[in-house]
Design a protein around this ligand. Structure first.
Ligand SMILES: Nc1ncnc2c1ncn2[C@@H]1O[C@H](COP(=O)(O)OP(=O)(O)OP(=O)(O)O)[C@@H](O)[C@H]1O
Length: 273
């Protein structure tokens, strides 16, 4: 099997891709890397293709095990790979750190488009940045039990539809969720009640509340009253964030360069990048 053959695999039929994926998945990791380093599979393209096929198979495997498990989880989407949940108080730098991660791994992560009842900010587009919906529309989705998480934050409702969790084309990309503490609690409870396969949780915290407030003010997107409210909320959020067992990792965003590096390293470790 040479490089060109591997590259062409993405264009062949579904069954053939699955068959090759089964083969590559069955071969131990060390053997794959030994092969990848050999004269037959020595390019980065080939290694990437093997990884892609493994991810593809993992998606199918999770899908099969989900559908064959208990009836309560038979309609639940399999999480493969596990979603990455980034949480922290408003203004702590979640968006900034995520943007930095995405610049390094543009195709590995994707956002869900959340539903929200808040009004669009300047340059925000419906269905691109958010699905902007009315309170009535939002309530309807809640009643149908179709949210992975939903929360009311600063007077507006936000939610992630269950349909957003798995990639539509089986490319193995990781869903990134940028949510607040309420959202995290919701995700944990949905995972538990629907017997889903979990998520990786990271909490971003500021050095102290003063620097958080300054950061929010410098961003210039909120009125003074909203800045005060967000800073007040932050105290409790940080307490939960640092609570034992609530997050897989708590990361301090003080020096941005250091935080970006650490964030990237942690995520690389979790997803084998
Ligand atoms: N380590 C840092 N030092 C100084 N400023 C920072 C740091 N990290 C982020 N910022 C700045 O702080 C502001 C808030 O960052 P960002 O918008 O990424 O926060 P957020 O957590 O995504 O906020 P929200 O939840 O409200 O969307 C931005 O102006 C950003 O440039």
């Amino acid at each position: 099997m040479n490089c060109e053959t591997l590259e062409n695999l993405s264009t062949i039929t579904h069954n053939a891709v699955l068959a090759v994926a089964v083969f590559t998945y069955a071969v131990p990791r060390c053997l794959i890397y030994a092969l990848a380093k050999s004269r037959f599979l020595h390019t980065e393209t080939a290694i990437e293709e093997v990884k892609r096929l493994r991810a593809l198979l993992a998606t199918y495997t999770a899908s099969l095990s989900s559908s064959s498990s208990s009836s309560s989880s038979s309609s639940s989407p399999p999480f493969s790979p596990l979603p990455l949940v980034v949480c922290g108080p408003s203004g702590v730098g979640k968006g900034t750190l995520i943007a930095s991660l995405l610049s390094k791994f543009p195709s590995k992560f994707r956002f869900s488009v959340s539903h929200t009842t808040r009004s669009p900010r300047e340059r925000e587009e419906n269905t691109v940045h958010y699905n902007f919906v009315s309170v009535e529309e939002f309530e309807k989705i809640k009643e149908n039990d179709d949210f992975l998480e939903h929360a009311t934050v600063h007077g507006n409702m936000y939610g992630t539809a269950l349909s957003e969790v798995n990639s539509k084309n089986g490319d193995g990309s990781v869903l990134l969720l940028d949510i607040d503490v309420q959202g995290v609690k919701n995700v944990k409870s949905t995972i538990e009640s629907k017997k889903l396969s979990g998520a990786k949780f990271i909490f971003i915290t500021p050095k102290d509340l003063t620097s958080l407030e300054e950061r929010l003010r410098a961003r210039g997107t909120e009125e003074e009253e909203a800045i005060k409210r967000r800073t007040e909320n932050a105290g409790k959020e940080i307490e939960y964030g640092k609570g034992e067992g609530n997050f897989d990792k708590v990361l301090v965003n003080d020096d941005l360069g250091k935080a970006e590096k650490e964030f990237c390293e942690v995520v690389k470790g979790w997803y084998g990048l």
